[in-house]
Every structure is written in structure tokens, then in C-alpha cells.
Write a protein that binds this ligand. Structure first.
Ligand SMILES: [Zn+2]
Length: 231
């Protein structure tokens, strides 16, 4: 027998459940039926001109890009919700999906290296979403995590010349002391591949640390910059 008190409690619970369902729909529902085949092997975009991909004109700092899809609805929306509203369930779902995609396609002796986020941004977003993401990628793929990179906080860039800014950007990431990645195959994990600048810096730092190869795993890729435009 359900007492009167319990009845109200159950009703309140159901109302909260329904509210939560409307406010934060379950990721499986939101991304139901979403499946995109791999794009270009190197840059991850699905946009190909004839047989050639537009990344042909670029020199990428890594061997391969794994991604769930292109940065557009519904995937883009899900990533934004996961990031800006600290929606852990969504990050878990996306991370697991990415892990499953990477799992059977990488050489042995691989490690996952999360791309670090600037501290100030981490403060505003309330969570380190790349850190959360990499945890689930690792769980689904069985690849260990090596937090080999850290972020250097930089001064405000106003009033600097372009060259100075470029220099600061290049030095915005550091290898941690004793990263122990020598001879490993690194897979850099980030949310979205946009211009590729951050990932390129991260990839070069990995090479300084002596990795044998660098691959990239992201949730989504945006379209590449036009031909002739430098990274
Ligand atoms: Zn390409």
C-alpha cells in the first residue's frame, strides 16, 4: 500500500523527471539514428572535390583524423550542450562513441593525450570537458590516458604585433616534465577540429616529446579553410 505521503512524493518525482527529460533530453534520443561514415582519412572532412580532398594543399601535422561527424546539426548542438551546460551524460555518450570508433583502428602502444584547455576558460565553463571526454574515450577503447600536455597562461594579447601573437600561440602549450610518451603512438583528443592550429601546436609538442606518430580524435570537424590559406 502506498501511503498518502508517498503518493505525493512519487508525483513530485515524476514531475521532476519529466522536467529533466524536456530540459535535458537523453543523448540517445537526440542523436538517434545519427551515423556518419568516416570523412577524409587525413583531415576528417566529408567534403571532397572530385577524388581529391581539399586538404591536399595543406600539410597536416598528424597522420589521421577520427571524428563522429561534421560540425552541424544535430551533432553540433549536442556538443555545445555538453560543453556549455556541463551536461555530463552527453559528454559520456559522445566520448563512448568516439572511443568505439577509434578502438580497432589504431596501432598497439597507443596513448590518448587530451588537449588542455586554458584555465580561465575552464573556470567559466565549470568543467574540463576534454578531461571528461577523454575518460570515456579511454573506457570505450581500452587505450590508456597520458596527460602529457599542459597549458601556459599568456598575457592579454592587445597591443602586440602579429609576430608576437604568433609566438605566444606557439608557446601556449607545454610538455609536462617526464611525459613518458617516447616511442608511443599519440592520439590527441579534443572537441572540435576547426582551423587545426591548436591541434598542430599540440602535435608538434608531442613530436618534441619523442612520440612515433600522432593521430587526432575529435567529436566533429568544421570545414577546412580555403585553399592557399595558411594554418
Ligand atoms: Zn582531407
Amino acid at each position: 500500500m502506498v501511503s498518502a505521503d508517498n503518493k505525493w512524493l512519487l508525483l513530485a518525482e515524476r514531475v521532476v523527471d519529466e522536467w529533466a527529460e524536456i530540459t535535458f533530453p537523453r543523448p540517445v534520443v537526440t542523436l538517434e539514428g545519427f551515423e556518419q561514415s568516416d570523412g577524409c582519412y587525413w583531415c576528417g572532412t566529408g567534403e571532397k572535390i572530385g577524388l581529391q580532398c581539399q586538404c591536399d594543399s595543406r600539410r597536416l601535422a598528424w597522420l589521421r583524423t577520427f571524428r563522429l561527424g561534421e560540425y552541424e546539426a544535430p551533432l553540433a548542438e549536442c556538443i555545445c550542450r555538453g560543453k556549455y551546460f556541463a551536461w555530463l551524460l552527453m559528454l559520456e555518450y559522445l566520448g563512448t562513441k568516439l572511443g568505439e570508433r577509434i578502438r580497432d583502428c589504431i596501432p598497439p602502444n597507443s596513448v590518448l593525450v587530451p588537449v588542455p584547455m586554458p584555465l580561465i576558460r575552464r573556470y567559466y565553463r565549470r568543467l574540463n570537458h576534454t578531461g571528461v571526454l577523454v575518460k570515456y574515450v579511454s573506457r570505450a577503447s581500452g587505450i590508456p590516458i597520458k596527460r602529457a600536455l599542459c597549458r601556459k597562461e599568456s598575457m592579454p594579447q592587445a597591443g602586440m604585433t602579429a609576430a608576437q601573437r604568433k609566438n605566444i600561440r606557439r608557446n601556449c602549450m607545454l610538455l609536462r616534465p617526464f611525459p613518458r610518451i617516447k616511442g608511443k603512438n599519440a592520439i590527441l583528443i579534443d572537441n572540435v577540429l576547426t582551423t587545426g592550429t591548436t591541434l598542430e601546436i599540440a602535435a608538434n609538442k608531442q613530436k618534441e616529446g619523442g612520440v612515433s606518430s600522432v593521430r587526432v580524435g575529435v567529436l566533429a570537424v568544421t570545414k577546412m579553410p580555403k585553399k592557399g590559406k595558411k594554418l
